[in-house]
Design a protein around this ligand. Sequence first.
Ligand code: CTP
Ligand code: CA
Length: 224
Amino acid sequence: SHDLKKKLPLTGKKALVTAGPTYEAIDPVRFIGNHSSGKMGYAIAEELSALGANVTLISGPSALKLSDKNINRIDVTSAEEMLKASLSNFPGTDISILCAAVADYRPKEVSALKIKKDSSEFGLELVKTSDILATLGQEKKAGQILVGFALETDNEVANAIKKLEKKNLDFIVLNSLNDEGGAFKNDNNKITIIDRNHNKESFELKPKNEVAADICKKVLDLLG
Ligand code: CTP
Ligand code: CA
């Protein structure tokens, strides 16, 4: 009801979430991609919306469906498309949580025709994609909360703190890959949240919707 909605803590707040993989075209039938399912980002979008926020979800290719009809979903394919959609939605956004597993490199040239197996060897020249999170970090105005993820296999905390600072984030969510059942293609996730003061909070392995609630609780703490 209207009365109930009034009491939700993120009512009147605008939120932006990126989720899923990106696909970088090689030719008309092939791409470079990754195994991200989009589950973590979709769960965060649903949680922010349940807390009353007006949510835009920018999603790379994903089989997932949203149960919340209030979420504005924008489907994109490549890192470049995700950057454009993110930049155009960022002004006026109070909370941005970037979960997408964006490809770090894309083919330098996209072949207009299907590449034939003419030769015994084949090389692909790759160039770096734009860092969407770092770009929003540069654009960020006072009062805007920006959250990113980090997937590390070594020097996890130190590397995550580097990303937090370099990309001008309010906090970073470190995904544990070493622990059984972490991150990709999984229903569960084990995270550590690191904020600007380098305060660390580690959580148990739990379902992604509960992880989403932990992340959103940290956002509520920051909002005061
Ligand atoms: N990210 C992004 N755009 C990119 C690459 C990453 O927005 N082109 C975001 C991800 O959504 C995530 C964060 O940056 O929130 C960290 O991603 P990660 O792959 O861990 O770090 P990178 O900065 O890409 O560095 P590396 O892969 O070399 O560790
Ligand atoms: Ca990366």
